[in-house]
Design a protein around this ligand. Structure first.
Ligand code: MG
Length: 449
């Protein structure tokens, strides 16, 4: 069976690989699977209305009642779905992809992203066209539903000490990348008493400010504005506002693994211990910070839904990914940019400038490479890598992670290309390079036979 849902839902270029017909049919498949009431929201891409209408037509044709929440961040839709009483949600978004893309993400009845097994069932319905099309008497309707954004904002604020944050009167520069966060995050900051300077906080589907992936290259304006205004913090969100990247008060871009480490340590201290869940690809600095705060780390395969499900299973106090996707379980089991932002304001208000908190987090050096490998040989090569490094500590949670003195290498097969991604982390650049060279050589020798 072909695969419809990738790691981030169904994605494609508008009116090419992502068109109204596809949205209609995916809607019929999701609706056949979910049945009942389904919440629907979009980010602010130019194709949002087109795909929303097609998705709603698909859902109603199989008898679903659609609650149309309008334009919202992905975590706001997830928060709306979470309390129960509805069968699930559909988010029209391509997250951080360029503006010509759009996508469809299915949300489970508990507000988390669909586990793979349920996506496979929707794919089966889609590919076999086993749509439960209804007789004219039983097609569903669309109900415009307001208030989801407000209750989401209140929920975020209920998770932090608003009085203490207001007292600190922080000056913040917020960059929403012209995305869906523009509708929520400025108001959250206002309610937290922050003096806010907004940048790209008008929703605009062409993303005129900068591409919506919050990389250092895309955030030049934010970095200089933090410096020029003497702000306490800079905040950047991706297009659908589930991921957040921070800028410290000196105008330095903070890599997502380092902000993850800062927040993870605070969450462990607040809970007087506990478990933090993160993928095997995450920097050692997170585990270092968690252990010195008195907690422990559990590693998973790469993917936010996998992290979220593991957090539920083990009762984790916090979890997240190194790309700025932070998950606060008391709030909800999904990545949430507004929640991450509010928590970071609270941390800075209570514990001082972000740069001094970051100074306590150990630094490691990264080396990223690709090694070509035909898809059909990937599993055998990984097995042989394990054997080649049998005297080292090896972790097979996702691909192969091999530990060395002073660092580790993770060799992961790409799901879309005939390559291995080889990530290495070392205590310094020289160690990282030496370990990466050794692993790259081992993979190539195995491939050559
Ligand atoms: Mg996103």
């Amino acid at each position: 069976m072909d695969r419809l849902f990738g790691t981030n839902g169904v994605r494609g270029v508008v009116n090419d690989t992502m068109n109204a017909q596809l949205a209609l049919d995916v809607g019929r498949a999701i609706g056949t699977y979910m049945k009942g009431k389904v919440a629907l929201a979009t980010d602010c891409r130019t194709s949002a209305d087109m795909l929303r209408a097609a998705m709603a037509a698909g859902l109603t044709s199989v008898g679903c009642q659609v609650l149309d929440l309008g334009m919202l961040p992905t975590p706001a839709l997830q928060y709306f779905v979470k309390p129960g009483g509805i069968s699930g949600g559909v988010m029209i978004t391509a997250s951080h992809n360029p503006p010509e893309f759009n996508g469809i993400k299915a949300i489970d009845a508990d507000g988390t992203e669909m586990p793979r097994a349920k996506e496979e069932e929707i794919e089966r319905i889609f590919y076999t066209r086993a749509f439960d099309s209804k007789d004219w008497r039983y097609v569903g309707g669309v109900q415009q539903t307001s208030g989801a954004g407000d209750s989401y904002q209140r929920a975020v604020l209920s998770q932090v000490d608003v009085v203490e944050v207001r007292r600190a009167k922080l000056k913040v520069v917020l960059d929403c990348a012209n995305g869906a966060g523009s509708l929520i995050s400025p108001q959250v900051l206002q309610r937290l008493g922050a003096r806010t300077i907004t940048l790209n906080c008008n929703p605009e589907g062409t993303f005129p400010g900068h591409p919506s992936e919050p990389t250092q290259d895309n955030l030049g304006d934010l970095l200089s504005l933090v410096r020029e205004t003497g702000a306490d913090l800079g905040i950047a969100q991706d297009g659908d506002a589930d991921r957040t990247i921070f800028v410290d008060e000196k105008g330095n871009y903070v890599y997502g693994d380092r902000s993850l480490a800062v927040v993870a340590a605070v969450m462990v201290v607040e809970n007087e211990g506990g478990t933090v869940v993160t993928p095997v690809s995450t920097s050692q600095c997170v585990e270092d910070a968690v252990i010195s705060a008195g907690g422990e780390v559990i590693y998973t395969r790469v993917g936010a839904p996998i992290v979220a499900r593991k957090m539920m299973e083990v009762g984790a106090v916090f979890g997240g990914e190194e790309n700025g996707g932070l998950i606060f379980p008391r709030h909800q089991y999904c990545r949430d940019a507004a929640m991450s932002m509010a928590k970071m304001l609270e941390i800075v208000a209570l514990e001082g400038p972000l740069s001094s908190l970051l100074a306590k987090v150990p630094s490691y050096c990264l080396d990223k490479r690709k090694v070509h490998c035909p898809d059909e040989r990937k599993e055998a090569v990984l097995q042989a890598v394990c054997e080649a490094f049998s005297s080292n500590q090896v972790d097979r949670t996702d691909g192969v992670k091999v530990f060395f003195e002073g660092g580790w290498t993770l060799i992961r097969p790409s799901g879309t290309e005939p390559i291995f991604r080889v990530y290495t982390e070392g205590r310094d650049q020289e160690t990282a390079k030496r370990i990466a060279d050794r692993c790259e050589r081992a993979v190539k020798e195995i491939l050559d036979g």
